[in-house]
Design a protein around this ligand. Structure first.
Ligand code: XMP
Length: 511
């Protein structure tokens, strides 16, 4: 299988580059520039290397650099933005502030004849974000594109198959970006598009049958997509030697715990232990109002309950986790800033004596995980499930948490989801939508009597990556039916409000 190395110099679009390459059915992996050497790149047999962007200037003392030996390995390289400047710098070129100043945003790209630009019109739009650019070309290179402010917007040494682009081909604002990447991968590097999910499944099953022969594996099933797909895949490989524990903390959405149990036990015949731990969790949360303290309490309680259950099972050899590629990158494997780790079972390995961890989805993106799930026969409702925070409704009940408030919120949230799902086709629904029970009571009037009930907030956002999000423009008719039904059907709620804040400045969740 051909593999593409994305050499990470700290750029913000690095995951996107990997996704774009994978979209071409090529396996791509991101490795920090200081975690691999030129020699290892050669030994690993990568068919192409992409240098990513990064926030530095190549002459900064702390700027990430690389061994110039990489230029003579015979492996084709595409440098993007900072990666382009670094490529030119390593080859002996001169970099500096662009004559006409910095360039941010859309720019008109004028492309010459080049293998990199086959099928790209002479004039098109590209996306720029730079202060420096290549001022003097290294020996053997020539300019193959320019913009108004940047004479060397793309450079090439066709003999050595070294290419650099100052713009970002991976972002959708670059009109022919994907075509440029395709040209590099297929025309220049001559790679074979042979990465697909069917092969991935077969190879994984075969691998885990071998590696986990005779071993018992434990997995914490949360009901989320990742742990569900990891369970389904491992179940195919090792059958009953996979044991799943599902801790029901009583803070899932309405009827969700039963649905998870039904999907896995009845449909898949999976070895599933459901622990009804609602009382313990509510006791632990009693009087806890601070959001981070809620998360911490739930995380700790989860580990205690899980560990106690696991100990009853006797010897367990391995712990399986539904870690996916963005988790791996976000928790520090890449060169960009660590963002945040939402990993809910992150504390488990420390408290249990496992010989090792199995992470069957470690190299997959979310859309790939979904495809694997569907191919393994998981229900579409589960595979396309919205993200749901590990601490569950605890972070959607503002202030103190009680079983009564949980019931109110479950009802309101179920109504919201029913109405949106009935009114909008899948493709038009927001990426995440839910109800929040605020701690705010307000006065209302019902049947001539004064009421003093809770305020429910509706949150609905559209986003690609949940790092930023826009509030969704739900149709007024939908909002109206949601509001009418919630106030009619959920006693103790007298007001419904709509959250029209984007992220940033707000977060998606209220706590
Ligand atoms: P925020 O609120 O940080 O949410 O804008 C971004 C996305 O992450 C989800 N989220 C969590 N997921 N544990 C999780 O597993 C958590 O503690 C947590 N907090 C937020 C949130 O639902 C949204 O999709």
């Amino acid at each position: 299988m051909d593999r593409v190395l994305i050499l990470d110099f700290g750029g913000q679009y690095n995951l996107l580059i990997a996704r774009r390459v994978r979209a071409e059915h090529l396996y791509a992996e991101i490795v920090r520039y200081d975690r691999i050497t030129a020699e290892q790149i050669q030994q690993a047999g990568y068919g192409a290397v992409i240098f990513t962007g990064g926030p530095n200037s190549v002459y900064d003392e702390t700027a990430p650099r690389f061994d110039p030996a990489i230029l003579s390995l015979g492996v084709p390289i595409l440098g993007i933005c900072y990666g382009n400047q670094l490529l030119a710098y390593l080859a002996g070129g001169r970099i500096g502030p662009a004559g006409a100043g910095s360039e941010f945003g859309k720019a008109g790209l004028v492309a010459e004849d080049s293998p990199l630009f086959t099928g790209v019109p002479a004039r098109s739009v590209c996306w720029m974000s730079h202060n420096d650019s290549v001022l003097t070309l290294p020996q053997g290179f020539h300019s193959i594109a320019h913009t108004e402010a940047c004479p060397n917007a793309a450079i090439a040494d066709d003999d050595r198959r070294l290419y650099g682009v100052q713009f970002h081909p991976e972002v959708s604002h670059t009109a022919f970006g994907q075509q440029i990447l395709r040209n590099f991968l297929f025309s220049v590097c001559r790679l074979q598009a042979d990465w697909n999910m069917e092969d991935f499944i077969e190879q994984s099953i075969e691998r885990y049958r071998r590696e986990l022969a005779g071993k018992r594996v434990l997995l914490a099933l949360s009901g989320g997509v990742d742990s569900a797909v990891a369970a389904a895949l491992l179940h195919r490989a090792i059958g009953d030697r996979l044991i799943c524990i599902f801790v029901d903390h009583g803070l899932l959405r309405k009827d969700e715990a039963d649905a998870i149990e039904a999907a896995f036990r009845s449909r898949f015949g999976l070895q599933l232990i459901r622990v009804n731990a609602e009382e313990r969790f509510f006791a632990r949360l009693n009087g806890v109002t601070e959001p981070e303290q809620k998360r911490k309490s739930i995380g700790e309680e989860f580990i205690t309950v899980f560990a106690a259950e696991a100990k009853k099972l006797g010897t367990i050899d391995m712990l399986a986790q539904g870690t996916i590629y963005p988790d791996v990158i976000e928790s520090g494997a890449g060169a960009s800033a660590v963002i945040k780790s939402h990993h809910n079972v992150g504390g488990l390995p420390a408290v249990l004596p496992f010989a090792g961890i199995v992470e069957p989805l470690r190299n997959l993106f979310k859309d790939e995980v979904r495809e694997v799930g569907l191919r393994l026969g998981l229900p579409a409702g589960l595979v396309y499930r919205q993200p749901f925070p590990g601490p569950g409704l605890a972070v959607r009940i503002l202030g103190a948490i009680t079983p009564e408030k949980r019931d109110l919120l479950q009802q309101a949230d179920a109504i919201l989801r029913e109405e949106i799902d009935a009114a909008l086709p899948l493709t038009e629904r927001p990426n995440q939508y839910f109800a929040v029970l605020t701690d705010q009571r307000s006065v209302g009037v019902m049947g001539d009597a004064r009421t003093y009930g809770y305020t429910v907030a509706i949150r609905a956002v559209s986003t690609d990556d949940f790092m930023t999000a826009a509030w969704s423009r739900l149709p007024f008719d939908v909002l109206e039916s949601v509001s009418t039904r919630i106030t009619n059907e959920v006693r103790q709620v007298s007001r419904v409000v709509y959250d029209i804040t984007s992220k940033p400045p707000a977060t998606v969740e209220w706590e």
